[in-house]
Design a protein around this ligand. Structure first.
Ligand SMILES: [Zn+2]
Length: 615
């Protein structure tokens, strides 16, 4: 077995030097279509005919993986660079940056789906917070046409080091902020082309789709139709014709906010688990993203570009319905103005840890005001310690998982924190920075590729929350329910956990460089997408870190078909009998993470015993 592994990795190295187009130095065009938050098994010919067609006629990646923490910016960083999060440093959507970001609202824990915030973080981290080159930058440097269109945050992240005011070639970036003060400026060429096509110079807002509701008011019941219709029109009526006229290869990224935005905000299921994110609003949002893809494919046909264009579709992550239930949480027993009785409030992790560790809690989203009485932190984030300007512990709240940072690298505090976390029924799996030592009940960050060459600070502890399958009558991954630290309500939607419902993202591809009618059984991930996209376009960037995905050679004609192996990794047992279990698949040196957590508390988690019993 050892020898075959060596041969395998040698083979992959040869392949990644550019065999795919060795006979033809001009790469084909590439479209990366990201239906944000689309679960793999929600796509059928009825629910999403355009995506089903790509999957069924092209490559069906049926063993796909979003990277944990299963959030948008994190997975966007992997798709755009081919690196795991330990290298890109985008550990989640809200991270601790160890400095006060003004555009993020004077906070040390910025929410980074914002172009001005990304620009600010870039400046702080020597011009490139990702510390790895993106595909779009590499393509632009090579003189190819490049564009990123779609949801604010991940769209600009695809070419965040591009500065339109400087001379040289630029990417077209159109997102929610276009036309506003935070948006990337439009070139004169784009302004003229948009006007000629009868399209506005500013992206319309989300309207009702942006309404999340509250504990008494259901959220939205409409998909993000109007905004995405504009973005799809920009792609098909302006950008693709412009690229065709330039007559050179292009890379176009289209990041569809739906179904994510609608699944988060939907008002189909206020305060109750069913139907959760399987109600009519969600289904409309899946169809909305599908309509955008259909429009793009139709335009490729009409422009005569289809035969020379590869399309890769990958959701950044899956999705789950939110639960706010806990029997052990002290904060769930307190009553808050905006939270139904006995439900977990937003910021429960910060509140519960402040109590358990007996440390004062301050709100980094409220000028470090003390959080006292029946209040919770405004955005869930917390800084703990005597001096909020020099905290002992920082919590970046995200949803299905949260990040804990220990600015002083205090190992005793790490041990106390782990012990407190192990007491709570909403926790399922803890990952601790290797440099802090090993703690029974937890696995090291390195085991899930979260320790690398990141420019941003590495979290001390990554906390995964409990998940389970509801009786929704579909595949368990479509019925995922998770405890989530969020302002959103029980019954609305969230992601970020190690549930297989969150890691199982929709993935498919079609085009001249992909096999046709091929079902790929091998594990693949969003980091592999980045590496494969670079391979298809003949791009090679400077690599700082070594946590890279693999080229999905088995999906390419004449590509090597490697072998995969499954393993179950387990931590030592904690004093109270808990053990973080990690389900891993391997292809050569690549590691894929299906699910992780405490047995019985994570959807899709298999323990070793079940496997030997014949599963
Ligand atoms: Zn989301």
């Amino acid at each position: 077995m050892r020898r075959s592994l060596v041969l395998l990795s040698a083979g992959l190295t040869v392949l990644s030097t550019g065999l795919a187009f060795a006979q033809n130095n001009t790469p084909r065009n590439l479209i990366l279509f990201i239906p944000d938050g689309l679960r793999a098994l929600k796509v059928t010919p009825e629910t999403a005919p355009a995506m089903a067609e790509v999957r069924d006629k092209g490559v069906n990646f049926k063993n796909s993986h979003s990277l944990f923490p299963t959030f948008t910016m994190a997975n966007g960083s992997a798709i755009s660079t081919g690196h795991y999060l330990g290298d890109t440093g985008v550990f989640s959507n809200t991270i601790w940056t160890n400095y006060t970001s003004v555009p993020a609202g004077d906070t040390v824990v910025p929410f980074i789906e914002n172009d001005a915030v990304l620009g600010d973080i870039d400046e702080h981290f020597k011009g490139d917070y990702l510390n790895e080159e993106t595909i779009l930058k590499m393509a632009r440097d090579k003189g190819l046409s490049t564009a990123a269109i779609g949801k604010v945050g991940p769209t600009y992240q695809f070419d965040h080091t591009d500065h339109p005011e400087k001379p040289g070639k630029h990417s077209i970036v159109i997102d929610d902020s276009t036309g506003g003060k935070n948006g990337v400026a439009l070139s004169d060429e784009m302004k003229e082309a948009l006007t000629k096509a009868g399209l506005a110079l500013a992206t319309p807002g989300r309207g009702d789709n942006g309404k999340a509701g509250d504990a008494k008011t259901p959220g939205t019941t409409v998909a993000n139709v109007a905004q995405q219709a504009y973005l799809a029109d920009v792609a098909t009526k302006v950008v693709l014709p412009m690229f065709k006229a330039r007559n050179k290869p292009f890379v176009l990224v289209f990041w569809s906010r739906d179904p994510d935005g609608t699944q988060h905000n939907q008002g189909d299921s206020l305060n109750q688990i069913m139907p959760g994110i399987n109600g009519p609003s969600t289904m409309a949002s899946i169809k909305n993203a599908d309509n955008n893809l259909a429009q793009i494919r139709k335009a490729l046909d009409e422009l005569g570009l289809a035969a020379n264009t590869n399309i890769m579709i990958q959701a950044d992550h899956g999705f789950s319905t939110i639960s706010k239930e806990s029997k052990t949480s002290p904060s769930a027993k307190v009553s808050y103005d905006d939270t139904p009785k006995d439900f977990l409030p937003m910021g429960f992790l910060a509140l519960d840890l402040a109590k358990a560790l007996d440390l004062p809690l301050f709100d980094p989203n409220d000028k470090n005001a003390a959080v006292i009485g029946n209040a919770h932190p405004k955005a869930g984030n917390g800084v703990l310690g005597k001096d909020p300007a020099k905290p002992d512990l920082v919590i970046a709240t995200n949803g299905g998982s949260d990040l804990i940072y220990l600015p002083n690298r205090d190992k005793k505090l790490a041990a106390k924190t782990v012990k407190a976390l192990l007491e709570q029924d909403y926790i399922s799996g803890l990952f601790v920075d290797d440099s802090l030592g090993r703690f029974p009940g937890t696995l090291p960050l390195s085991s899930i590729n979260l320790r690398g060459k990141s420019a941003t600070p590495t979290p001390a502890i990554v906390v995964n929350f409990r998940s389970y399958a509801s009786e929704c009558g579909e595949a368990p991954t479509n019925c995922s329910v998770q405890v989530a630290d969020t302002v959103l309500r029980q019954g609305q939607g969230m992601h970020g956990s190690f549930s297989r419902g969150d890691t199982f993202n929709f993935m498919a591809a079609i085009g001249p460089d992909f096999k046709a009618g091929f079902v790929d059984e091998l594990p693949v991930s969003n980091a592999d997408v980045g590496m494969t996209a670079a391979q298809l376009m003949g791009l090679r960037g400077a690599q700082n870190g070594g946590l890279v995905g693999r080229v999905m050679s088995e999906a390419l004609p004449n590509g090597i078909v490697p072998k995969a192996f499954r393993t179950v990794e387990k931590s030592k047992m904690s004093e109270n009998g808990l053990q973080t279990v990690l389900n891993v698949q391997r292809v050569g040196t690549q590691r894929y993470f299906d699910a992780a957590g405490f047995p019985g508390r994570t959807l899709g988690l298999e323990t070793g015993k079940q496997k030997t019993a014949g599963k």
